[in-house]
Design a protein around this ligand. Sequence first.
Ligand code: UDP
Ligand code: MG
Length: 323
Amino acid sequence: MEEALKHGLLSVVLPSYNEEASIPRAADTITAILTQAGIDHELIFVDDGSRDGTWSQILAQAARFPQVRGVRFSRNFGKEAAIFAGLAQSTGDCTAVMDCDLQHPPEKVVEMYRLWQKGAQVVEGVKTNRGKENPLHTAAAKSFYSIISRATGIDMSRASDFKLLDRRAVDTLLAMREKNAFFRALSSWIGFSTAQVEFEVQPRLEGESKWSLRSLVRYAMTNIAAFSTAPLQLVTLLGVVVFLCSVVLGVHSLWQKFTGHALEGFTTVILLQLFIGSILMVCLGIIGYYIAKIYEEIKDRPRYIVADRCEGRNHDGQAEKNL
Ligand code: UDP
Ligand code: MG
């Protein structure tokens, strides 16, 4: 006998930062695809403190479609915060997260939803390609993902933020108190019955990527620190290596002293000073970085601040707006 299929409301979370050109296209395309597939849905646009007309575009879509809602941040808090705000707003039995530049193909959401209907609680979008980017970026991303994969014990090399999560999984993520939440890894880390859907990263149609080299490096460091304490263990390892070197050199120095060559080896002294000094500095830096992260978490500031919200058209055909 065939298992009964689940049915339910699908929430789609769309983090948007300076995406005025992409929003109408995203609303049209996703609504059309989901309506055609007969999937009951709501769209939640999260305006991550955009400086262009993103918010007015979201209001315009909410006036057109009753199932569109919007949240506006008081400033740019980053994509992770936008994703979590969207999850917090979602009311669906399952929630999909996708980029609003449509680089994540919306047809795949239907495929993900079907897997959810069959019982999957976390459906992960897996990249078959990485879209167009320069080789330096690819190499940097590769080393970042190999570190993070080792830290989490989950293969992250093809992971993306394109996911569909069951209500249970969404609630589990929302219950986590860490501020530096790394959605892509956390959503795998929580476990649950998982399925995968492969997709090709589409070219960006409007505007350009919001990531600068600096923001990518910061993203990598924050997320490695959020998932791994390996850099702190590196400090211990360096300590052991330096200690072993010092034993060898200590024996050598004593030997020189007792054989009457004690004045030699001044270069060694200088090199040792430089070597130990720099290692100490690096180690202090690593420890300081983690202390900074602990400080950030302990302050317990909110992940984001909502400045404005909007709901889809109400009964008078007006977009509802409230603070
Ligand atoms: N985004 C965001 N806040 C940010 C940066 C990006 O909400 O600070 C959103 C952006 O609007 C898009 C998604 O995250 O919907 C992915 O960003 P982008 O397309 O710039 O990254 P890429 O696809 O190049 O990795
Ligand atoms: Mg993109």
